[in-house]
Design a protein around this ligand. Structure first.
Ligand SMILES: C[S@@+](CC[C@H](N)C(=O)[O-])C[C@H]1O[C@@H](n2cnc3c(N)ncnc32)[C@H](O)[C@@H]1O
Length: 259
């Protein structure tokens, strides 16, 4: 899977009218997010917050109550327009912007940057590294970067040749597995490569997603200059210890990194 294909496919998916409308309807805060936001509430209260890859504004109402200054950005102009029409009183707080070039924002101009629901995973490898540098630049030292990302070990069961014969849904499991294999014929060595670009089933195989080894996420954060990192679950209210994070089979996890 090459980078150009990733850019074209992912950007067209996030500009698609029906998909934008799906994101615009959502306001649910996931259990892992709620737990993380609660755990860090003192750091978030009254902050200058940047919601990167804001999508249709799922997190906006919740964060407007917590932050002092809330700004939302997205690469997709259609997502930005959806936020402006959803939150007309805050329309001037939403901007079209690529996380890889946030030159419109000064260094250290935010206390907290959020890139929720795996938005970082829809950018190719070099762009991801540039995004981490940019985020480190715009968050003040002592601030926080909160984000989630997909993890490679969870892919093993999807690449495994057999479906669970005891599953109530074994036929649809098989269909999904075949589709998954067909879309990912070129993907190799998921156990050993630091990251893999995978077409998973999200939005009906209309996205190419960056999956990292757990160690890779920590290494990339350290290389970009972030300090201590806490890890959290996604659909359960729980923090992951370092040991459980490094061995997790979760499809994706949440992170809070010190800038
Ligand atoms: C999975 S959606 C999540 C949307 C929203 N954060 C939520 O939780 O509902 C990922 C979002 O990231 C945005 N995105 C992808 N690449 C981006 C980039 N390079 N810069 C800024 N936003 C980007 C997409 O347009 C999309 O709206």
């Amino acid at each position: 899977m090459n980078d150009d294909k990733l850019e074209v496919l992912n950007q067209s998916t996030y500009r698609n009218k029906a998909i934008v409308a799906q994101y615009q309807r959502r306001a649910d805060i996931l259990p892992g997010e709620r737990f993380l936001f609660q755990s860090l509430k003192q750091r978030l209260l009254g902050s200058r917050m940047l919601d990167i890859g804001v999508g249709g504004g799922r997190t906006t109402a919740y964060l407007l109550d917590i932050a002092q200054h809330y700004t939302g950005v997205d690469l997709s102009q259609e997502m930005v327009d959806a936020c402006k029409s959803r939150f007309p009183a805050h329309a001037e707080n939403f901007h079209q912007c690529d996380v890889r070039d946030m030159s419109k924002f000064d260094a250290a101009s935010f206390d907290v940057a959020l890139f929720s629901f795996n938005g970082l995973d829809y950018i190719p490898h070099q762009g991801r590294l540039a995004a981490l540098q940019e985020i480190r630049r715009i968050v003040r030292p002592g601030g926080l970067f909160i984000f989630s990302t997909h993890l490679t070990p969870s892919l093993k069961s999807r690449f495994a040749p057999t479906a669970n014969p005891n599953s109530d849904n074994w036929l649809s499991d098989w269909r999904l597995r075949l589709l998954f294999h067909w879309h990912n014929l070129g993907v190799r060595d998921i156990d050993t490569t630091p990251y893999s670009l995978v077409r998973d089933a999200s939005h009906n195989f209309r996205l190419i997603t960056y999956y990292s080894q757990p160690e890779t996420v920590l290494q990339q954060l350290a290389n970009a200059g972030f300090g201590a990192v806490r890890t959290f679950e996604n659909y359960r209210e729980a923090e992951l210890s370092r040991e459980s994070y490094l061995t997790t089979q979760l499809n994706w996890a949440y992170f809070a990194a010190e800038a």
